[in-house]
Design a protein around this ligand. Structure first.
Ligand code: ADP
Length: 163
């Protein structure tokens, strides 16, 4: 049976670090659903629809549409994963900063549904220190974000901070 994975996140916006995790995950799962979170504690600058559209655009440019779907979800991730028939949750792990949070999240999701396995994939060397939060900060201050996000996302960020 094909192994289906879910890669959840805020994606505010999707960066090249997220892209690396998507590529790596396809060595582990046959199909991937990128699940853009609606119900989140942080306040995103982009709406759910905008965040989803940026992910979709990047997946098309990466030519991964035959193996990767984009969706949004509300509520508990494990419930969404189960409803999709996914057996794996994919998360990315950057150097020290993500470790504690990601391990806590994996343990909580395991407690909520023991049939779904979290797999933490290491960030690539190149994008180890890349975070959506920092990309937004650089864009806000007028810096060059083109090495960090797709050109589509770069345009959206520029437009947001110009407005
Ligand atoms: P969330 O709010 O759920 O953490 P994010 O969009 O910030 O959503 O991140 C989604 C996932 O992608 C997280 O597991 C995060 O650690 C991972 N991630 C984000 N940026 C990178 C990066 N540069 N390299 C590897 N993983 C990353």
């Amino acid at each position: 049976m094909a192994r289906l994975g879910i890669y959840p996140g805020t994606f505010d916006p999707i960066t090249k670090g997220h892209q690396d995790i998507i590529y790596s995950s396809l060595n582990v799962v046959d199909k991937l659903i990128i699940a853009v979170a609606d119900d989140i504690p942080k306040t995103p600058i982009f709406s759910l629809e905008e965040r989803e559209a940026m992910v979709r655009n990047d997946i098309e440019r990466m030519k991964l549409t035959d193996r990767v779907e984009v969706s949004s979800f509300k509520g508990l991730l494990v419930d969404f994963a189960k409803s999709q028939g996914a057996s794996v949750i994919i998360r990315g792990l950057r150097a020290v900063s993500d470790y504690e949070y990601e391990i806590q999240l994996a343990a909580m999701n395991k407690r909520l549904n023991d049939d779904i396995q979290t797999i933490l994939l290491p960030a690539s060397d190149q994008h180890q220190f890349l975070a959506s939060r920092l990309v937004k900060e650089v864009a806000r201050l007028g810096g060059d974000i083109s090495p960090m996000v797709s050109s589509y996302v770069a345009e959206k960020l520029k437009a947001y901070y110009k407005a």
